[in-house]
Design a protein around this ligand. Structure first.
Ligand code: ADP
Ligand code: SF4
Length: 681
């Protein structure tokens, strides 16, 4: 039963000529599957429709070969040969009762055309908007603009033929040629498409009108527009042209899909932005237009979502990451099961996969991108082959996910952990600044386990090999985690080092509260891990009153966080609180840091050294149990199999549970092949 306060979320919404069945709107987002992996892409989106998202949108879809975004695997609707694939996608979405939307796009000065070899084009002859790519855009002449409009219109026609209900015009994220024509930072033209606001807006207006014309009142036309660019000093602002655009085109599209740009603002992580963070920018839009408005902001709380509608801030609740973390979020709210929502934690592991050009992965939802190739469903694990009884050692992310899946399948599970609190590394890391939402990984699973009559959870229960052997479980899963090394071994150094006789602290020490002189002390946090933990520890120590230096052998601070769109924010945060940053600083025996560029040495001296390097699996039990319980009944999951990020531990726990249930290793999957290849005779 839907809670009365949430019923408003299930009202239909008219979007011009079509009607969304409810207010849950899965906005366009990159899936990493792209045009070359339609099986994966279609199944991922179909899952959202099955989970109750009333509208499911397809990611950025290149309208032609002159907008080639490779290496990012976008969708393509270049010509009629793409229609069949899109039609299959539309059918998979609509058969489940949702509307299907497509985001037509031309990347303009963001397209690289690396695979097509065509010239990149834009409003002005300038370098492309990726300084690391050595190529320029060609300034379009009036004939080029005409051709672009015709190309967009033809793509709209194909999208309509494929059956889409909503056709997007895309002018967001600085990723669209329409944004590039609009912005005085990229448009230096002197003709009717440049100069004044009216002139710079002209192409966007024309393309919306062209698309409305192609839609002929039978399909809705959405305009996706970033109303503000907070990262750019001279970017769009809601007291400037961001608002002017909405006012100028207010009643033109059937739907406004509004957000902020660039992508690191739009997809801000929980470390830097709370749920609803975009509303201060986007909620003016409803006061300017009578057309429906959808916005995003990592919404996972149904009360908050309902209040947004009730208070007239949005008409539809947009979700990209929340719909990845839980494709069944709407259905759970509709059925009064809000406490079962697998809330997005705002970690951007999903985004990092896109940065790599790979299918999306999610810390909370291990089944994403596995819908087609492995047949994994986020809510329905395989049915147990009998009421068997399993023992899981370790209540970290891997152990908890493994236990949850085994229970959901109908087996009995005992979970034992030596710690006083469940959650393993999650429980500890979530205490670091900005990482509190990470507890959701534990809480979602613990809630499930605690509500199951077939589960027993024992904390403060250290398990030795003989305890486990005595237990007589059908399957034993060791999810005992990993320990941080304190011997100098990290990503850039594989040999142990003599770090002197003084104490060296590891992240485990800090997370367990073992570091002396918290206030007034001095520490060097040495990052040879390169993800989030070293910067978060540096921040925590600084906030506790220490003088802190963050040093790393790489030229970049927290190098991998560039992929989660956090790097510049981490640098800004650490600098603003007075953490000294030392890139290119290699730790050497004898406790000095050698600057890799200048060769200068700086002594660590009497300061604490927090060494953040590699980890060692805690897997000793496996060797003992193989002899007593038998190797085939003992499985490793998560960090004790191979240390990795939390997403990898959850995934591993899930996979091990399925392999127990299915009685097979579960290491095979389907592959997608390009059908048009015919080998020469
Ligand atoms: P993962 O990320 O792979 O889930 P974690 O390090 O988060 O790993 O969790 C491992 C958990 O296993 C920790 O909570 C730890 O207390 C527990 N653990 C490790 N060894 C034992 C053991 N012998 N008996 C019980 N619990 C254990
Ligand atoms: Fe949310 Fe992290 Fe999953 Fe992305 S990977 S959807 S940010 S939980």
């Amino acid at each position: 039963m839907t809670e009365p306060g949430h019923a408003i979320l299930f009202e239909p919404v008219r979007l011009g000529p079509v009607t969304a069945p409810n207010r849950f709107y899965a906005v366009p987002h990159a899936t990493g599957h792209g045009w070359a992996q339609p099986g994966g892409a279609i199944a991922l989106r179909a899952m959202k429709a099955e989970g109750g998202w009333g509208t499911v949108a397809v990611q950025m879809s290149e309208i032609g070969p002159d907008s080639d975004m490779a290496n990012h695997p976008m969708e393509r609707i270049w010509d009629d040969r793409d229609i069949a694939r899109h039609a299959a996608q539309v059918e998979a979405i609509k058969i489940r009762g949702s509307l299907a939307a497509i985001e037509l796009a031309h990347g303009g000065m963001r397209a690289r055309n690396l695979t097509t070899g065509l010239p990149v084009s834009g409003p002005s002859g300038l370098p492309v908007l990726r300084p690391e790519v050595p190529c320029q855009a060609r300034a379009m002449d009036l004939a080029d603009i005409k051709a672009f409009r015709a190309s967009h219109r033809a793509a709209a026609r194909r999208a309509i033929d494929a059956g889409y209900d909503i056709i997007y015009v895309y002018a967001a994220h600085d990723l669209s040629i329409l944004s590039h024509f609009l912005s005085p930072n990229t448009n230096f033209r002197t003709d009717q498409y440049g100069g004044t606001f009216r002139n710079r807006l002209r192409l966007l207006r024309e393309v919306v009108e062209d698309t409305l014309d192609a839609a002929a009142g039978e399909r809705a036309v959405a305009l996706r527009f970033s109303v503000a660019e907070p990262e750019k000093p001279e970017g769009l602002a809601i007291d400037g042209e961001g608002r002017d655009v909405v006012e100028a085109l207010a009643e033109l599209p059937d739907l406004w899909d509004v957000n902020i740009s660039g992508w690191s603002s739009d997809s801000a992580t929980a470390r830097f932005a709370d749920e609803g963070f975009q509303l201060p920018f986007t909620d003016f839009v409803k006061s300017v237009t009578t057309k429906p408005v959808v916005g995003v902001g990592r919404f996972t709380s149904p009360d908050f979502m309902a209040s947004l509608i009730r208070n007239g801030r949005l008409d539809l609740v947009g979700g990209a990451r929340p719909s990845i973390a839980d494709p069944f979020l709407p259905k759970k709210i509709r059925e009064g099961r809000s406490d079962e929502i697998r809330e997005c934690i705002g970690c951007n592991v999903c985004v990092s996969m896109d940065s790599y050009g790979l299918p999306v992965r999610c810390t909370q939802n291990p089944t994403v991108s596995e819908e087609w190739r492995r047949g994994w469903h986020p809510e329905s694990p395989p049915i147990s082959r009998g009421r068997r009884s399993h023992l899981v050692i370790g209540a970290g992310p891997a152990g908890l996910e493994c236990a949850r899946v085994l229970l959901a399948a109908g087996d009995k599970v005992t979970v034992a952990d030596s710690a006083a609190e469940a959650g393993g590394r999650i429980a500890k890391e979530a205490r670091l600044p900005g990482l509190a939402t990470w507890r959701r990984v534990r809480d979602y699973r613990i809630r499930y386990i605690e509500s199951s009559a077939d589960a027993e959870l024992y904390l403060r229960s250290h398990m030795a090999a003989e305890d486990i052997a005595d237990f007589g479980a059908d399957a034993v899963v060791l999810a005992t985690g990993a320990k941080w090394r304190g011997d100098g071994v990290g990503s850039t150094n594989f040999r142990t080092m003599n770090l002197g006789r003084r104490s060296v602290y590891t992240p485990d020490d800090i997370l367990d509260g073992r570091i002396p002189e918290m206030a007034g002390g001095e520490s060097v946090v040495y990052d040879d891990d390169h993800f989030y933990i070293a910067s978060a520890i540096a921040e925590a120590l600084r906030m506790a009153g220490q003088n802190v230096t963050y040093a790393t052998p790489l030229p970049q601070i927290s190098a991998w966080t560039e992929n989660t769109l956090e790097q510049s924010r981490i640098i800004e945060r650490l600098s603003s609180i007075g953490v000294e940053l030392m890139p290119n600083a290699k730790l050497e025996s004898g406790l000095s840091l050698a600057n890799r560029l200048t060769g200068e040495y700086s002594e660590i001296g009497s300061r604490n050294l927090v060494f953040v390097g590699a980890r060692i699996p805690v897997d000793g039990l496996k060797r003992e149990l193989d002899l007593t319980v038998g190797a085939s009944r003992v499985r490793l999951a998560g960090d004790c199999l191979v240390p990795g990020i939390i997403q990898a531990a959850v995934y591993s726990g899930h996979q091990v549970a399925r392999s127990i249930l299915e009685g097979i290793p579960n290491d095979g999957f389907k592959r997608e092949f390009i059908q048009s290849f015919v080998p020469a005779a």
